[in-house]
Design a protein around this ligand. Structure first.
Ligand code: GLN
Length: 487
């Protein structure tokens, strides 16, 4: 039996039956990481000895997860462990506390394996803005895994971890999940506590699971969701069991297909696979109809005002005083010693994309431009949300491609920020509106790269996404494929 090829639910079943132990699982993954991660480069902070020690400790635990390991994106605070957001400015930073989701996982007996790669501060769609260098797509090592949670996606796709956590501000869970052929969920804004997630854009950021299939996604949501008084935007809703209702029938369910998501420029392979998937939903008895979300075309422009504005404010705290890097020597750039230190630290610590975001955001928020850009963007954001509200009066869910393209080559878009920003054209609207959306594998291109399908639902209706996704996975086997070379 190859432990690393099993889903989290199956591993849990074997743990419960005492047929394997947390040490067996940790060793199997560590061996696999040792043999494959030189090529994939998903993990950036991993201490194998520490992992084994933790596994040993959890061996006879009667907790819910019994030492089941999980990979964590490097923007989650884990007490006493390196947390760098893949940025030089946080070099050496070890937080004094853990994010709420990390505490929840540990309370349930999860083994935090280590940290996986990401775009610097989650700015990007390819994992290439990481100060550690890029992660490679397990389906084709010359390709990007997507981003910003590229390490989370690649680690699960290559079976270096049974599941992983990531964050999604404009698509950073769904787009890499799609490009790596796995399941990625961005939950409703406020459903999962953001306490201890290093903020990118606080009104858009959400934490969510990367898994092999829908069942694991539901299982992980049962653990990480729920109200947290430490996050003022966390919503106090009733706790749901996301595993319940997975097998419900989708007959008669109303699915809307927005015409604005099947635009020119989308890869023909992607369009074909998504259209084939839609046929499967029809055969399963769903009522599928074309719809319109007319403000979709403004989503990218709106996002690239709102997100950098919030980022420029959030990143102001990295000034060399409290966290990570401090540069104070060398040639003087300013007469005040303190300002000199700020400037050198920020100049050296942030990469080019982070600087671009800070400049864009500071400009959009500056007096004189605030009304023209930021305020205007907020108004358009409401229009985009209204489009969804209208659609969900009539439809149970909406289906679209997750990304307009398959995985692209590393370096293909690094010199063209606009082309990179367009990777999120189909994922951004869900963040602007706060609604949940999931990406599931729905086939492969002619050159054997995975294609993802996105299901969007009403706020707090994750159960609908799981039900629809699970129905699809009962009728297809795309989610069971493992990249050649990773088998
Ligand atoms: N690619 C988008 C960006 O660069 C989204 C990133 C994210 O969701 N963190 O802003």
């Amino acid at each position: 039996m190859d432990i690393t090829n099993l889903s989290a639910a199956k591993l849990l079943d074997l743990l419960n039956k005492k047929q394997i132990s947390s040490v067996d699982i940790a060793s199997a993954y560590l061996n696999r990481i040792e043999s494959l991660d030189d090529k994939i480069k998903a993990f950036i902070h991993l201490d194998p000895e520490d992992v084994l020690k933790k596994a040993e400790k959890l061996k006879d635990s009667d907790s819910k997860l019994k030492g089941l390991p999980i990979a964590i994106k490097d923007n989650f605070c884990v007490k006493g462990q390196l947390t760098t957001c893949a940025s030089n400015i946080l070099a050496g930073f070890k937080p004094p506390y853990s994010a709420t989701v990390i505490e929840k996982l540990e309370n349930d007996g999860a083994l935090i394996m280590g940290k996986v790669n990401m775009d610097e501060f989650a700015f990007g769609s390819s994992c290439e803005t990481s100060c550690y260098g890029p992660t490679h797509n397990p389906w084709n090592l010359d390709c990007a895994p997507g981003g910003s949670s590229g390490g989370s996606a690649a680690s699960v796709a290559a079976r270096l971890a049974p599941w992983a956590l990531g964050s999604d501000t404009g698509g950073s869970i769904r787009q890499p999940a799609s490009l790596c052929g796995i399941v990625g969920l961005k939950p409703t804004y406020g459903l999962v506590s953001r306490y201890g997630l290093i903020a990118f854009a606080s009104s858009l950021d959400q934490i969510g699971p990367f898994t092999q299939d829908i069942t694991d996604s539901a299982l992980l949501m049962n653990i990480i969701s729920g109200h947290d008084p430490k996050d003022s935007t966390s919503v106090n809703t009733k706790t749901l069991d996301y595993l319940a209702g997975l097998n419900a029938d989708i007959k008669g369910l109303k699915i809307g297909i927005p015409k604005e998501y099947f635009i020119e420029g989308i890869d023909s392979d992607v369009r074909d696979k998504v259209e084939q998937a839609i046929e499967i939903f029809k055969k399963a008895g769903a009522i599928v109809e074309p719809i319109s979300l007319p403000h979709t075309e403004y989503a990218v422009a709106t996002y690239y005002i709102v997100a950098p504005s919030e980022a420029s404010s959030n990143l102001a705290r990295f000034d060399g005083v409290q966290y990570g890097l401090r540069v104070k020597d060398g040639e003087k750039v300013n007469d005040s010693a303190l300002i000199d230190m700020y400037m050198k630290t920020r100049g050296k610590g942030f990469g080019a994309e982070a600087k671009r975001r800070i400049l864009l955001g500071t400009y959009a928020l500056s007096s004189g431009y605030y009304d023209a850009y930021y305020l205007k963007a907020l108004k358009v954001r409401t229009k985009i949300t209204d489009d969804f509200n209208q659609a969900f009066k009539k439809y149970d869910c909406i289906i679209t491609p997750t990304s307009p393209t398959k995985a692209f080559k590393l370096n293909e878009k690094t010199n063209d920020p606009l082309a990179m920003y367009l990777s999120d054209i189909f994922t951004i609207s869900a963040n602007l509106s706060g609604i949940p959306a999931i990406s599931i594998p729905c086939g492969f291109t002619q050159d054997n790269l995975p294609v993802g399908l996105q299901i969007l639902g009403k706020a707090f209706d994750e159960q609908m996404l799981f039900k629809v996704g699970h129905a699809y996975q009962q009728l297809t086997d795309w989610h069971t494929r493992v990249p050649e070379g990773c088998k």
